[in-house]
Design a protein around this ligand. Sequence first.
Ligand code: ADP
Ligand code: MG
Length: 397
Amino acid sequence: MKSTRVSGLNSPKASTHVSVWRHHPKLKALAACCFALGVMTLTTACEKEKVPEPTDVIAEKFTEVTKIQGKTFGTFYYVTVPGGYPGGENTLRSDAEFVFTKVSNAISTFDPNAEIARFNAFKSTKDFVISGYLADILEDMRRQSLRIDQAMDPTVGPLVNLWGFGPEGTIEHSPTQQQIDETLKYVGIDKVELRRAGDSAFLVKKDPRVELDLSTIGEGLAADELAALLDEKGVNNYMIAVAGAIRSKGANPDGKLWRVGIEDPMSQGQKVFTAVCPQGMAISTAGSYRNFFLDSETGHFYSHIIDPKTGYPIDHRTVSVSVIARTALETDALDTGLLVKGAKEAVEWGNKTETPVYAIEIDENGKEVATYSRAFTPYLKCVLNLSISPLPQDQQQ
Ligand code: ADP
Ligand code: MG
């Protein structure tokens, strides 16, 4: 995801960084209708292919539906409110923009005035004051990071920059081993300390070169924040998609369960690999196939997902990992780390922790193979009993 960096959390990409979906003409058309980033929202009006629909009718068909779509964090967002939003489309749009600005002001590395960007520019080991809001986000990320052996690590910032995916701009050639080794010295969640004193919170770098990158949870956090705002307003039916991070509640415009599609990684956003009914839970997908850089000398593709232990972009056969959890911040934090770990470990971890995890790998013959943890099964069941199998190549573990 994060392949097109326009504003907010992300910056524009240069030509060596191939952003598949942005440059694919057909995909542009699709993106305007469905959602073409890892997880897709599926609505009757914009389906391009046959995806089974859940049969359960949980509400009357809605006569009024408020819908908005737009750009944020260099990617797309979509919100659908069956039953109508109080104040209509304009209020929904301004509420969504309010939320995105709040998130960006806290965690953007590209907006120099954002808290994280200012912390990154603060080359000192002295206390740096941060908001309680950012402190809560960092605590949550740290908790998720520790659950998955720090395979997702917000201190990955200097590596993201080294590989040309950060605010310092793009690169032509891969960094040297020496540069990677040097950078690894100040990567790791033990390299930054979060202190709280009453209402105040401080961050302290163990090395002045430490930099944080919270981009991986930006979309999830934004979806959660907007979901909370809609909940507060008493909205009982909605679907919020901020790139591939999705929050939904209640019924879709047809009065049925919401369903989302996990994108077929080889289809360049054209096809759904499987349909899922999140049933009120958050879902997001991390993919290694959207944003990468091509080393012009070696011809090697490097993904934007970096293993914080080796300092290298991931280079394995797992191309996407989807996670379902209570919040989209949690799913967005976990999917990236589990993608770093690869399908086998990701699904094992899902089984061990009873977490719904769905991974897609490309096998030796170039075929896509899905595996998923036990806890994912109920989310597939709503479409499984229909005549069209949503899982052409699945292998449940
Ligand atoms: P995707 O959903 O495609 O996996 P995201 O946009 O959610 O991607 O997150 C990818 C971004 O997260 C990268 O561009 C980089 O800024 C950052 N990142 C890369 N690797 C890691 C990692 N191991 N842990 C935390 N953040 C990472
Ligand atoms: Mg993520």
